[in-house]
Ligand binder design. Structure first.
Ligand code: SF4
Ligand code: F3S
Length: 86
């Protein structure tokens, strides 16, 4: 599973959304919550680990779960929790 971390906050470039083959990055532009949300999240149950999103992010916010920098490990749960009610 890939995870979106701290650098995305306030940036929301959304290039990652365009390259994801399974559309598991939310909320994307036009979806409810996009304007209010400070960052985007990857649904861990839908991500197929293709890796396409990682180089697409201009601020290097995306990491494979095992490669998330220590200071941003909390984002693994933050991404998962965003989808836990769905
Ligand atoms: Fe989508 Fe692939 Fe990134 Fe997973 S690794 S979020 S499937 S682009
Ligand atoms: Fe955020 Fe980077 Fe995607 S800034 S919206 S993770 S392209």
């Amino acid at each position: 599973t890939y995870v979106i971390t701290h650098p995305c906050i306030g940036v929301k470039d959304a290039s990652c959304v365009d390259v994801c083959p399974v559309d598991c990055i939310h909320p994307s532009a036009g979806e409810p919550g996009f304007d209010e949300q400070e960052q985007l999240y990857i649904n861990p149950d839908e991500c197929i680990d293709c890796g396409a999103c990682e180089p697409a992010c201009p601020v290097t916010a995306i990491f494979e779960e095992s490669a998330v920098p220590a200071e941003w490990k909390s984002y693994i749960k933050i991404n998962a929790d965003f989808f836990s009610g769905q």
